[in-house]
Write a protein that binds this ligand. Sequence first.
Ligand SMILES: *[C@@H]1O[C@H](CO)[C@@H](O)[C@H](O)[C@H]1NC(C)=O
Ligand SMILES: *[C@@H]1O[C@H](CO)[C@@H](O)[C@H](O)[C@H]1NC(C)=O
Ligand SMILES: *[C@@H]1O[C@H](CO)[C@@H](O)[C@H](O)[C@H]1NC(C)=O
Length: 425
Amino acid sequence: MFSSLMKNGRLQVLLFLCCLLFVLACLLFAQPGPRRWTASVNMENLKDDEGFETKVSKEIFYQPSSSEKNFSEPILTNVSDLTQLLRERLALPNDALKITHKGACEGHETDVQPCSKEGCPALSAKPLEKRIKDLVLSPQFQLNDDQLRNILRVVRDVPETDIIIATASSSNHFKEMQAMFKALHSTVYPKLTNFTVVVFDIGLKKRQRKLTEKYCRCRVLTFPFKLFPPHVRELHCYGWKAIMIRGLITKARKLLIWQDTSIRWTDEFLSVFHRAMVFGQQFLESMHGARLTSHTLPQMFAYMGEESCQYFAYRETQCGFQVLKHDPLVIQAILNPWTRCALEQSCMCPVVPESVIRCSKSVSSFEPRCHRFDQSAMSIILSKLYAADRYRFAVPEYSNKNPKYVSIKRGDRLDDYFSRDGSLQ
Ligand SMILES: *[C@@H]1O[C@H](CO)[C@@H](O)[C@H](O)[C@H]1NC(C)=O
Ligand SMILES: *[C@@H]1O[C@H](CO)[C@@H](O)[C@H](O)[C@H]1NC(C)=O
Ligand SMILES: *[C@@H]1O[C@H](CO)[C@@H](O)[C@H](O)[C@H]1NC(C)=O
């Protein structure tokens, strides 16, 4: 039927008429030109949806629940409140594209495609309240008072601010960080007020640190490795990143943005901030990402008390980019379990990291081909909490080749931005 239509040309005529109709409809209903963001904004403006182009319509704009209104009050664990918040978030209209996979695992023993393992209960089958309880009440996911106190010491000198943007750099990322700041200074700084930018020094050379302090228009802090277990000092275990993020969220009244030095925003970045205010968070998931279990050691599943078979259907998410709302669900159901795992060598970094950090080219009988540390743990936790709805919390239309909001540009480096000439450009 379709092919015969194609042949006699009626389809072309039909298509042409459809396009014509569509164009006419657009002309009729279009707003009189896009409203442009000109003045500086703070998050109050974002909340008001004033003059802001976004796909998130005004009606669904998230209203903070009473427990979130007063920033200064300590957040108490209340499973029914958290479950309610999760239920509301999952019910919000959402234009994110569903990211799916292709059926059963049979035949996928030697590739890294997500797939459904036979006889394995789906994560989505678990009731919302049980998901919350498992994440916020399980002993292996709790932070004790000492751990929390040390985490808060990391951010002692960070001022409480509406928006915090943070990164970390060691000496081998110094040039990538300069390129990141050039991009931030031109794209992000002019559009925000009430924000703080933090760089954690995790091994900059003295000269690099001085230049960063002079030109970054940010705060440079030394990460106190001595407060944490020895494996955190091992940079390739990435435990430090979860600790920094858990600390920083306490200082961000509205949003915490974590970006590895390779992250670059486009001019449309405020849409992502806006979405995070609505949905609680935004992360990056590639349509081509590998199956979570092919990039995660079994020890991590064991620490978390998880059946790895349930995670074959999920791709890993990126972890070098996070936009997180200061919000009880995000802090208690995501960041606490993640940070606790980061503090445990047996969870985050059970073997010498150099032996698993590079992915081997071949996969055999569903064995992991590498481990992704912080990224593996975050991917498991997000899947556990949101299950098949996880895509709703990802940045929509993420593509590195044709970035709409944000991209990962590894290798984008500048040698001389942190100099008098560079910063005047
Ligand atoms: C917020 O909570 C703090 C600590 O409980 C309290 O002192 C303060 O009065 C509260 N502020 C408002 C506006 O309710
Ligand atoms: C949790 O909060 C609800 C109100 O949102 C309240 O009715 C309930 O008593 C609280 N539960 C606990 C254990 O504090
Ligand atoms: C910055 O935040 C403070 C405290 O929330 C507020 O009083 C002030 O008006 C804000 N400044 C701007 C320019 O938005």
